[in-house]
Write a protein that binds this ligand. Structure first.
Ligand code: TXA
Ligand code: MG
Length: 323
């Protein structure tokens, strides 16, 4: 049975001991909750895939507690180092190709069918303390069953893994609520593989070309068309809402949109139209609506700039009815 435990220091130590023993655990990060295990232990890493029902080809992100430890395992070039210093700890994942001798100890299962490894340092004190005490790189995908909504509370993790033997550290609601941005450095440019909490606009501050290849399934094997999906069908960019639907609103709800009908339930991602607030509420509100079995969920249009790009990308995948 899974159990949610308070994230005080004794429990963090207990969960770190579990990682050292080769068990899988769940912990909060600033983006979403992660399902973590010792990245040096293949049996433990395989257990993550099994629990999540995740295909083995889809690679995992390695979590470290500080840059010096990353440099024990990976050789970073000048630009990668500059980006690391600028954004870590924080919601940015760097795909790295150049392992040190010690880096070769990382389980091959973490790579999926990629030839590189993804790395980040989370900006969450519970996660940092846990990874530091475990004293190993921690491989951790989001703590949801593959293709379902990502978890932003300990309770979401519980709902997915009730029957499994899993300690879930409770760190409250994730601050960002959207996964990290995944990037790779190619020569002197940055390529975005997954939009996330760090926006394209903030990457452009480096004064380098920024491209994106998010639809290139070969480049980022995990980025299937269907992902992050609730069981209830989503209707995106809704201009009107029907009476038998729930409404996921953003900003002002106009009379035109309601069109004389009264939706069964209305949740607003951000009444003031704030995109950061909308991002942090997105998965939590979708979880809530999905558990209540509406015919469908109408989603109002979300502006496509800043973190809105990542929100729209998640919504598009959540609404896709094919993989
Ligand atoms: O915010 C996050 O990134 C959260 C927290 C727990 O850190 N983790 C997370 O992991 O979202 P996951 O496994 O749900 O998503 C990782 C994404 C996947 O789409 C995967 O395909 C991609 O990163 N990825 C991982 N390693 C990669 C690699 N070597 N090359 C390209 N894409 C990679
Ligand atoms: Mg995920």
């Amino acid at each position: 049975m899974a159990v949610i435990i308070k994230a005080h220091s004794t429990n963090i130590t207990k969960v770190a001991e579990n990682i050292k023993k080769g068990n899988v655990v769940a912990f909060p990060t600033e983006t979403v909750y992660g399902l973590g295990a010792n990245a040096l232990n293949s049996a433990a890493v395989k257990q993550i895939f099994a629990l999540k029902k995740r295909p083995l080809y889809n690679p995992l992100i390695l979590h470290f507690s500080n840059l010096e430890l990353v440099l024990d395992y990976f050789n970073l070039n000048e630009l990668e180092l500059q980006i690391a210093k600028m954004f870590w700890p924080g919601p940015l994942t760097l795909v790295l190709k150049n392992l040190t001798l010690k880096g070769k100890e990382i389980s091959e299962y973490c790579k999926g069918n990629a030839t590189s490894l993804a790395v980040r340092i989370p900006n969450n004190n519970i996660a940092l303390q846990l990874i530091k005490e475990a004293n190993v790189p921690v491989a951790a995908p989001s703590a949801n069953v593959s293709n379902y909504l990502s978890p932003t509370t300990a309770n979401h993790v519980m709902l997915s893994f009730k029957k499994d033997d899993l300690l879930i550290l409770n760190g409250g609601k994730s601050v960002y609520g959207l996964e990290s941005t995944v990037i790779e450095v190619i020569n002197n440019s940055i390529n975005i593989l997954r939009f996330g909490s760090i926006t394209k606009e903030s990457l452009l501050k480096l004064n380098l070309p920024v491209t994106s290849s998010i639809d290139n399934v070969l480049k980022s094997p995990g980025l299937l068309k269907k992902h992050y999906s609730p069981n209830t069908p989503l209707r995106l960019n809704a201009q009107t809402v029907n009476t038998n639907e729930a409404l996921l609103a953003f900003g002002n709800i106009t009379k035109n949109l309601l069109n004389n009908s009264s939706p069964k339930k209305v949740l607003n991602l951000s009444i003031n139209g704030n995109l950061e607030e909308a991002a942090s509420n997105l998965f939590e509100m979708l979880w809530e609506l999905d558990l209540e079995n509406y015919n469908s969920i109408a989603v109002m249009p979300i502006p496509n700039f800043g973190i809105g790009t990542a929100i729209n990308e998640r919504l598009k995948k959540a609404a896709a009815n094919y993989t």
